[in-house]
Ligand binder design. Structure first.
Ligand code: TNX
Length: 793
C-alpha cells in the first residue's frame, strides 16, 4: 500500500518519492507481528524495506571518519551499547575500510534538508551506513539502528543467543521541532543524581533533546550556590510529612528537625550537564522567580516583603504570597549572583526563570514595592512582575543568554526577547507567537504527566486531571489559530512531570512511560506521518524495550474502559467496553469474580437488566495485561430519568449531561472522572419524575469531598416526595455525617431510609456549605458540591 503520508514537500524528490508506508493493519484476532523497521518510535520520516539482512556479529566493526572526534564519540556510544547488551566487542576504527568485513559506517554529509539532527540510514547485507550532517544526526541514526535490533539492545544484561540481524532498508529521518523536552520537578521531591542521568538516557532514546530541570520551588532549593550556602543548608530540607496527604501537612514546628530533601552539588551538575551533552540533550535550568521561592526565603527571609521568618513547607503552599520583593535592590543582587553561578554551570542558551502563579498580595502593601512602582511608572502589580522579568532578562541577555518563562510572564507586558512556555492552555503560546516570540507548547491537558493516565480508582494517587496516552498522542503543538508564519514561532513541545505526588524514581517512571513515547512522536514525527493505530502497534515493541531498560511503565492503557449508555426507549443500560490499547481481547465477569483468560469474551455492548458488578480486563496470549476494572452498575427506578435542577451544574463537571445523576454509575475517587456533577456555590436541588407512583424504601446519594480542589461535603441532605410534582412532603433528612475537612479525597454515599412512601416525584436537596471555610486556602471563595448518583430504592 502506498501512502502520501511521508511525502513532505520540503524534502523534495529522492528517496521519499518511492517510499511505501505501513501496510494494512492486521485484523482484530491476529497477533500483531511487525518487522522491525515498522517498530521505530518516534516514527521516522520515511522507510523503505529492501530484501535481505545485515548480520551483526563479532566480525563487524564500526568505521568513523578519520580524525572526527564527534562522530567517533557516536561510534563509541554504539560500541558500548552493543557490548553491554550483547557482549559484542566491535572495534571503532577510522574509515574508509578496505577489507570486506561487515561494517557499520558513520559518515558526515548527506542531504542538507535533513538538517543537523536528521540522518539517512541504509542497511545492505554488507554494510550499515549512517550519514548525517552533524553528530546529533549520527547519534539519532544509531538510536534507530538499535531499534532495528531486538529489544535487548537497550538492556544491560548481556544476552547472547540467536544471531543479530538488521533488516535491509533505506531510511530518512529528521525531527519536526527543534525543542523536544521533558521537565522534571526535583523540588517537591528530590531525585538522586543517578536517576536524573537515567532520565537523560531515556530522553536520548526517545530522540528528545531538552531536559528542563525544575531545580527550585517552595518545597526545596536543589542547587548548590557557592555564594549563598544557606540555600542548600536550609532551603534543601524540610520536615518529613510523607505519610500525609500533600495538602494536609502541618508546617515545621519549633525544635523540629528538617531531614527530608537533598540537593545537587555543582560537581554533580557539571557531571549531569556533560552526560546530557554526550547524548545531545541540553539541560535548561529553572530558577523560579519571583514566586515559588519559599525555600529560598526560608534561607534568606530578608529577600521577601515581610522579612519572614519562614520554614520550607513540607507540602502544599497556596496561594503563593511570600515571594521575592522587587522593591529591594538586594533581591536583584542576590538573583544576579545566583544566575551568574547558574550560567557558569549550564552552557545552553536558555535559562528558565519560572514566573508562574505569583500572588501579589504583599506587593500591594509593601512600601518598597509601591515606591518601585511609582518610580518606574508602573500602574499594576502585574506590570511590576513584568518590570521584574525585563530586568532579569536584561541581565541574562548581557551574559549572552536568553530568558524563558511560564506564560504568566506575558501579563503586564512581555520582556522584549523572552521565550514563553505555554502551560495554561494554548492562549499564552498563541499570543506570544503572534507577537513574534519563540514558544514551547506544554498545555496541561496534553502535556502534564503528573495528571492521571487512567481511572483514579486503580491509579496511584495523583494531583488530578486526566491525560491518558491517547490524549498525549493527539497533541498538536501548533494551534490552528496561528498562520503558517506565526506557527513557525512554535519551537516545540514539552512534557512536564510535577512531583507533588511523585516521590520515588519508580513512580516517576510510572507517570512517564509510555506517555513519553507519545510525546516524543508528537515532537519528532512529521504531522502527516502520525497515526494513533499505527503508534499503538509500534508501542508494543517499545514496551519490550522498556522492559529491557527495567522501566516501571504504566499498564493503564490496558485497562478496560466501560462506556455505559442508557436507552430511553428500552429503559436499558448498555455497556460498551474498550481499551486505549486498541483491538483488545477483553474478558469480563458479572458475578464479582476476577476475570481470567477463560472468562466470557467481550463481543459487543451488553444489556444490563439488573444491578451488576462488572469486572473486566485486557488479555493477550492468555495473560492479563493491565489492571482489572471493576464497576457497579445500578439498575433502579430513577435510572435514565433526568432530574430537573433548581441550580445548574457547571459545564466542566456535567457528568455527561442532564441525566448524569441517574445514569446507573457512581462517581469514583477522582472529581475529574466525568461522573460527578459539580455545583459551584449552589445547593443541589434535583427533582426526579419516576413516571408513575412507586413504592420508595430509600434514596441513596453519593457525594465527594476533595478540599484541595475546593470540593466539600454538603451540610445536610433532605428527600421530599410528591404525587403531583407540586406539593412535596419531607420524607427523610440528615445532617451530613462527616465534617472532616482535611485533604483526604472522600467519596461517600449516604442513605436516607423512607417509611411507607409511594410517590411519583422525588426531590433531593443537598445544602452546600457555599463558601470555603475560614482556614481553607480558598477561604471565602465559592465552594463546590459534587454529587452522583441519586439511587432510588
Ligand atoms: C502548576 S505549571 C504549576 C506547578 C504545579 C503544577 C501541578 C506551572 C508553571 N505551575 O507549580 O506543580 O501546576 O500540576
Amino acid at each position: 500500500m502506498k501512502s502520501k503520508r511521508f511525502m513532505r514537500p520540503a524534502l523534495g524528490a529522492g528517496l521519499l518519492a518511492v517510499l511505501a508506508a505501513c501496510g494494512t493493519p492486521p485484523s482484530a484476532e491476529a497477533p500483531v507481528v511487525l518487522s522491525r523497521e515498522r517498530t521505530i518510535i518516534p516514527k521516522p520520516l520515511a522507510v523503505e524495506r529492501q530484501a535481505g539482512e545485515f548480520a551483526l556479529d563479532r566480525a563487524a566493526r564500526i568505521a568513523v571518519p578519520a580524525g572526527d572526534a564527534e562522530f567517533e564519540a557516536a561510534g563509541r556510544f554504539l560500541a558500548d551499547r552493543l557490548r553491554a547488551s550483547f557482549g559484542l566487542d566491535l572495534p571503532v576504527t577510522a574509515a574508509p575500510p578496505v577489507e570486506a568485513t561487515p561494517v557499520v559506517f558513520l559518515s558526515r554529509g548527506g542531504r542538507a534538508e535533513l538538517g543537523l539532527e536528521g540522518y539517512a540510514l541504509s542497511v545492505t547485507p554488507a554494510a550499515v551506513s549512517v550519514t548525517a550532517n552533524g553528530p546529533a544526526g549520527a547519534f539519532y541514526g544509531i538510536q534507530t539502528l538499535l531499534q532495528l535490533l531486538p529489544p535487548e539492545a537497550f538492556g544491560s544484561a548481556v544476552t547472547t543467543g540467536s544471531p543479530l540481524t538488521v533488516p535491509c532498508l533505506r531510511l530518512e529521518d529528521k525531527p519536526r521541532f527543534p525543542w523536544r523536552g521533558m521537565m522534571l520537578d526535583v523540588s517537591r521531591h528530590f531525585f538522586p543524581k543517578e536517576f536524573v542521568k537515567s532520565v537523560i538516557d531515556s530522553l536520548a532514546f526517545h530522540k528528545m533533546n531538552v531536559f528542563h530541570w525544575h531545580l527550585t520551588d517552595d518545597q526545596g532549593w536543589r542547587l548548590e550556590i557557592k555564594k549563598y550556602p544557606k540555600l542548600t543548608e536550609i532551603g534543601a530540607w524540610r520536615v518529613d510529612r510523607e505519610d500525609r496527604h500533600w495538602n494536609d501537612r502541618p508546617a515545621q514546628q519549633p525544635g523540629e528537625q528538617a531531614t527530608y530533601g537533598g540537593f545537587y552539588t555543582q560537581e554533580d551538575v557539571r557531571e549531569i550537564v556533560a552526560y546530557a551533552a554526550a547524548r545531545h540533550v541540553t539541560v535548561v535550568p529553572e530558577i523560579e522567580m519571583p514566586g515559588h521561592c519559599l525555600a529560598a526565603l526560608a534561607a534568606y527571609p530578608e529577600l521577601s516583603c515581610t522579612g519572614g521568618p519562614f520554614t520550607v513547607p513540607p507540602g502544599g503552599y497556596w496561594p503563593i504570597v511570600d515571594v521575592y520583593c522587587p522593591g529591594k535592590e538586594k533581591t536583584f543582587a542576590f538573583l544576579e549572583d545566583v544566575l551568574t553561578e547558574v550560567i557558569a554551570l549550564f552552557p545552553g542558551e536558555y535559562v528558565h526563570i519560572g514566573g508562574d502563579e505569583v500572588d501579589k498580595t504583599h506587593w500591594k502593601t509593601c512600601p518598597k514595592c509601591q515606591a518601585r512602582m511609582k518610580k518606574e511608572g508602573l500602574k499594576t502589580e502585574e506590570e511590576l512582575q513584568s518590570w521584574f522579568t525585563r530586568r532579569i532578562e536584561r541581565f541574562l541577555n548581557s551574559r549572552g543568554r536568553k530568558l524563558i518563562g511560564w506564560d504568566e510572564i506575558l501579563e503586564g507586558g512581555l520582556a522584549p526577547n523572552a521565550a514563553v512556555m505555554s502551560w495554561r492552555g494554548n492562549e499564552g503560546g498563541i499570543a506570544a507567537a503572534k507577537a513574534g516570540h519563540p514558544v514551547v507548547m506544554t498545555p496541561t491537558s496534553f502535556c502534564y504527566f503528573d495528571y492521571y493516565q487512567g481511572d483514579a480508582a486503580v491509579e496511584p494517587l495523583s494531583i488530578g486531571g486526566f491525560v491518558p496516552l491517547s490524549k498525549v498522542y493527539s497533541f498538536e503543538p501548533v494551534p490552528p489559530e496561528l498562520s503558517a508564519e506565526e506557527g513557525a514561532y512554535v519551537i516545540g513541545l514539552q512534557a512536564n512531570l510535577w512531583a507533588e505526588y511523585v516521590s520515588t524514581p519508580a513512580h516517576s517512571q510510572y507517570m512517564t512511560y509510555p506517555r513519553l513515547a507519545a510525546m516524543a512522536e508528537a515532537g519528532w514525527t512529521a504531522k502527516e506521518g502520525r497515526n494513533g493505530d499505527d503508534f499503538r502497534e509500534r508501542l508494543e515493541f517499545q514496551l519490550l524495550r522498556y522492559d529491557a531498560l527495567g522501566f516501571n511503565w504504566a499498564r493503564s492503557m490496558f485497562a478496560v474502559k466501560l462506556a455505559p449508555t442508557f436507552d430511553p426507549g428500552t429503559k436499558r443500560l448498555r455497556i460498551g467496553m474498550e481499551a486505549e490499547s486498541g483491538r483488545p481481547d477483553i474478558r469480563y465477569t458479572l458475578d464479582g469474580s476476577d476475570p481470567t483468560a477463560e472468562s466470557r469474551a467481550y463481543a459487543g455492548p451488553l444489556d444490563v437488566k439488573k444491578s451488576a458488578v462488572v469486572k473486566a480486563g485486557v488479555f493477550s496470549g492468555g495473560r492479563l495485561r493491565g489492571p482489572v476494572t471493576e464497576t457497579e452498575f445500578l439498575v433502579h427506578p430513577a435510572l435514565g430519568r433526568a432530574p430537573i435542577l433548581q441550580f445548574p451544574y457547571r459545564e466542566r463537571y456535567a457528568a455527561g449531561g442532564p441525566g448524569g445523576l441517574v445514569d446507573g454509575l457512581k462517581g469514583g475517587k477522582s472529581h475529574t472522572d466525568g461522573r460527578w456533577q459539580g455545583f459551584e456555590g449552589d445547593d443541589l436541588v434535583a427533582t426526579i419524575d419516576l413516571g408513575k407512583r412507586k413504592k420508595i424504601r430509600a434514596v441513596e446519594i453519593g457525594f465527594l469531598q476533595n478540599t484541595a480542589s475546593w470540593i466539600f461535603f454538603p451540610r445536610s441532605v433532605e428527600v421530599a416526595v410528591s404525587d403531583d410534582g407540586t406539593d412535596f412532603r419531607v420524607a427523610a433528612s440528615l445532617v451530613f455525617p462527616i465534617r472532616d475537612e482535611t485533604g483526604d479525597v472522600l467519596p461517600e454515599t449516604v442513605r436516607l431510609g423512607i417509611e411507607n412512601a409511594r410517590a411519583r416525584f422525588v426531590r433531593v436537596t443537598a445544602a452546600s456549605i457555599k463558601t470555603c471555610p475560614e482556614r481553607h486556602a480558598g477561604a471565602g471563595g465559592k465552594a463546590w458540591l459534587f454529587a452522583d448518583e441519586i439511587i432510588v430504592r
